[in-house]
Every structure is written in C-alpha cells, then in structure tokens.
Design a protein around this ligand. Sequence first.
Ligand SMILES: NCc1[nH]cc(CCC(=O)O)c1CC(=O)O
Length: 313
Amino acid sequence: MTRMPDPTRPLKIGTRGSMLALAQAHETRDRLAAAHGLPPEAFEIVVIKTTGDRITDRPLKEIGGKGLFTREIEDALVSGDIDIAVHSMKDMPTLQPTGLLIDCLLPREDVRDAFVSPIHASIAELPAGAVVGSSSLRRRAQLAHRRPDLQLVEFRGNVQTRLRKLEEGVATASFLAMAGLSRLDMLHVARSPIDPAEMLPAVAQGAIGIERRAHDDSAAALLAPIHHQPTGDRIAAERAFLTRLDGSCQTPIAGLAEIRDGTLLLRGEILRPDGSAAISGHREGTLQDGPQMGADLAEELLGRAGAGFFDHL
Ligand SMILES: NCc1[nH]cc(CCC(=O)O)c1CC(=O)O
C-alpha cells in the first residue's frame, strides 16, 4: 500500500540549512505538493547540520573524506528521522550507503559557472596578478591552466559569504554556479555565465537529487511523478564518468552531458591540480548509453594521462 503524506503525519524532508539548500528543499516540497494535490503542511522541512557546515575555517580538501555535506543527512534517512533528503548532486559521492538510493532528479537548472566580479566582466579582462578566490579544486585548476599569471586564494563559505568577501576586496573575482544564483533569486549580482566550452562545469552541476530508503515503496511512489528523465539520463552519464575516475576531493574533474536531437553528448576533462596539464575528450550515444559512455571516456582520459598525472608537483 502506498501511504500519501497527510497533515497529521507530515512527510519529513531532510536538508542542509544554507539558503541554497533550503531553496532546493522548498522547490522539492512545492513540486511534490503540486504533483499530488497536497497542501504544503503535508510536508515538514527538517534542517540537518553536516560536518562541512560545521567546519568553515579550513579548506575542504584538508578536512577530507567524501560526503562532508551528506553523511549526517544520510544517517537521518537510515534511522528514519527523515523520509527523503534533498541534495545538490554535485556534492554527492558516487556511491550511496547500503539501503539508500537516488532515483529522482528534478529538472536541471543552468549548468554553467558564473564569473563573478564587481570590477571585471570576464576572465579575459583580468589583469596579470589579479587575485581570484575559489576553493573549488576544479575551478582553480581550470583557471590556472588558462591564466597561470593570476593569483589564487582560498574562498570558502556560502554564496552570501563569498559575495561579501568580493565586496570587501579579499579577491577581485570568484566563481559561482549559475544554478545557485538562480535558485537564490540572485541573478542580479555582477556575473557573466561562462560557456561550458571555456570552463566545463562540475559533474552534476545544477542538478537536485532526492534520496530515499531503497525499500520505502511509499517514498518511491511519491517521488516518481516529479522525476525528470532527461536530467536522469544526463546525470547517469556524468556520474559514471566520475565513478570510473574515482573522483576524490583531490582530483580536478569536469563533466557535462547534454541531449541534442535525441543524442546524448558527453564531454569530460581531467586536470593536474596546479593547472599545468588538462586532458579532455567526448563521447556520443543514445540516451541509454550514458553509463557506458561515461566509463569509456574516463578510461580514455586515464590512459592518455598516464601514471602519476595527478601527483602534486
Ligand atoms: N559546492 C557547493 C555547491 N553545491 C552546489 C552548488 C550550486 C548549485 C548546483 O550546482 O546545483 C554549490 C555552490 C557553487 O558551486 O557555487
């Protein structure tokens, strides 16, 4: 039997507490309510603090480990404290803990990175030596590859914190996901979207995934109508690429799958952390080929990279 949520026993939606995470949880609730003709009170949003939220004064790569932004939320799912969990797929490890799965993806937002600066309009306009803030290994490597003359500084914190640091002059420019700005209604900040051909986004950037207990049939039935299959096909290809590369927080990896005329196109890139080398490639196939295309492309890039590609210099 499928149990639909009711106001006396609201369905608990787990999320991180950042403004962006809350916006994503609200979007999920609104889509569920609309799909099932339920009032918002049928859902309760439960905020969970993760290790990544708690430690804000150190670069993420020093804290290390996968699932920095997800572990506590998944624990709550396993223990039954929440019924479903809303995640930025970009932050999700490739493997879910035993007993949990993600088979519901919302329609994907803008996948592009944004160049954000109160002073300059684009990467090309940055003068030599300009200070750019980012704590993303991928964005740092991509920028260093293209502009080794720039100076990179660590730049952690949520979207609001990073924009404040720019205003304070801690850096001249930074990068944010367009998806985040869009979901926060902050497209008015000084930003220009970067074409993926210029800066390939992170795997799954802009995608929201909803995790549930594998054997929870009522959650499965509830989520099925809001799953967006084209996004699912794209994310399957990108995450297969990431899985084969065993992407750790120490490895700069970018990947993007798109659907054009019913064909799935996958682009991928791996870089040395200091930007001294970048290797990219692509695959084309049917919508069902994504997982195989992702694994194949990763294999090709690893082969071309050779042993020691990711070693630090
Ligand atoms: N790593 C943090 C994170 N996780 C997801 C997003 C943005 C939203 C998305 O890509 O879905 C961000 C912030 C950013 O990269 O600017």
